[in-house]
Design a protein around this ligand. Sequence first.
Ligand code: IVH
Length: 668
Amino acid sequence: MNTDINRLRDLIRYHERKYYIDDQPEIPDAEFDALMRQLEELEKTSPEDIPSDSPTQRVGGGVALGSRIPHRSPMLSLDNAFGKEEILDFGVRVKKLLEDAPVEYVTELKIDGLGVSLLYENGVFVRGLTRGDGEYGEDVTGNLRTIRAVPLRLTETDDNPVPPILEVRGEVFIPKHLLGEINVQREAASESPFANPRNAAAGSVRTLDSTITAKRPLDIFIYSLNYTEGLEIATHTEALEKLKCYGFKCNPHTELHESLEDVISFYEHWVTKREAIPYEVDGLVVKVNNINQQKELGSTAKSPRWATSYKFPAHQTTTTIKNIEVQVGRTGVLTPIAILEPVKLAGATITHATLHNEQEIHNKDVRIGDTVVLERAGDVIPKIIDVQKEKRKGDEDVFQFPDLCPSCNTPVQRSENEVAVRCVNAGCSAQLKRRIAHFASRKALEIEGLGPATVNQLVNNGLVGDVADLYTLKSQEVRKLDRMGDGLTHNLLHQIEHSKQASAAKVLVGLSIFHVGETVAELLIDRFLSIEGLSQADAETIEAIPGIGPQIAESVSSFFAQNRPLIEKLKAAGLRCFTEEVVQAPKILKETFFSGKTFVVTGSLTDMTRTEASTEIKARGGKVTSSVTGKTDYLIAGDGAGSKYDKAVELEVPILTPEDFLEHLGKS
Ligand code: IVH
């Protein structure tokens, strides 16, 4: 009996491997499903004997998202080479350190996903960690088990015994074409879409619920054998061959090169072919093949000297601007949006691009009818990077930024110390709609079912004049709105009622105070414990919190000075954070990667401004200064980094990319 069940498990493992790893299924899906059912039936007879590596044990085994665990050796990142010259420079450095010994290079595709490490003991998958901050990873064993391309047990043969301990590293990813489907589902469930496949992979692996991971079409390529005992391996290519024999999925587009010239032609081939690959690839990884040479070259604090990424250029295309519209944000800021002739860019159809502010339109001299160059670097949000003035025919229109708010016709306010143009009418309905939508969003009170269409109707029908009015809505009023049946009405009112339980920090985020996002809100509540406590504080007391600057302090104290009635209304509505007595003690700042270190931020970061980056660093106990010196621990260098970058290289100050930074923040 035991041998039967084990034979069946091995047979299923064999077919799993054929299907998920080799992409060469030998039996129809229905037959495979029948084998699985047969195994499930057999296992029911003695559930206590089911081993953790049984093919039935993918979902629900182990902790879904657990503790921080140190990596056996740091999971470093890679240096970036842009263009031929920089890759040749990499070769010069390698040759110099190896005293001109002959060097072979291996190139692999650089998959844009989530780096993970997998540990096998006696051939059985026992632990999976995310890269985390490089030193410590998050335990995601339970979630990684759900990925079919992660073998739960390795394949062993007489010629190829599996070592007792084996740690491999690889990249979890979601195929490009499936991201669209996931995002459609997310939007239908009022969740914000993933900006790119990398975020989608990270969001799916770093979740508390492994049944969510199991539903996502995740896949993995293993790119290195990081640790083992008792195996003699001379080259990286040999290691990859071994890994394939054990049953790991390695990327097939891996090549050995005798010279960097050869690497460059391989790169040029892939630049033109990258769109055809079904997963997002942001460049090549070039590695020295010989393991002894790798050891000789070693690593800096941040990255190995024996490998580099060789980045592909950002995706670009051209299109024309059909019109420019101005949107009013929840804090009254007017943002110009270019309405584009729809164009395909890196798999997505682009119809809009932000022009940021009035200044940007002037600086770039963007006109309606212009042909522009659009760029998408990794993320879905495209940027207009250039205006092709040579294509002008003379009938392009210079855009007049409005002097009146396009929603409420109040004269706009321009101020000397900021580029933003604002509508300062507290009763502006466009602002109100956005404030309510924000109040209901996932960052704030998470009122599912209160999407933009419902918000529009609530405001247009005069049912809601501020966020507190949501709590006095009557079901007969809601029921009268378009497309609002009994079920939807009941659900919406239930969700609104439920949102009264939200924490003080979430409610604070929901108030749409300038400069108060999630991080700042948490800092403020950590210090003052309640919104009521915070509302009594003056700007000076607020500014005394590490991580809070004068601008934020001023914005918070003037908000509460002007909005006392709104706070009273929320209190009267019975929001828990106002009614419950605060018993919690102030939080002690946790030790983080940033604690006690000094940072300089330069260039433009992908997802945040430099001020926001500084706030995040200070909130985690780090210091931010403006120039790179011997005392700087790290430079965070975004696009367009200039002299500070050169200085950091000169002083050997480690450099973090915006992506590294996000990882350290735990936001990637
Ligand atoms: S090798 C010491 N190979 O890129 C680092 N990394 O910036 C060795 N990545 O965190 C990494 N594809 O998650 C390597 N073929 C590949 C890769 C790859 C994607 C990721 C990896 C790493 C990041 C480095």
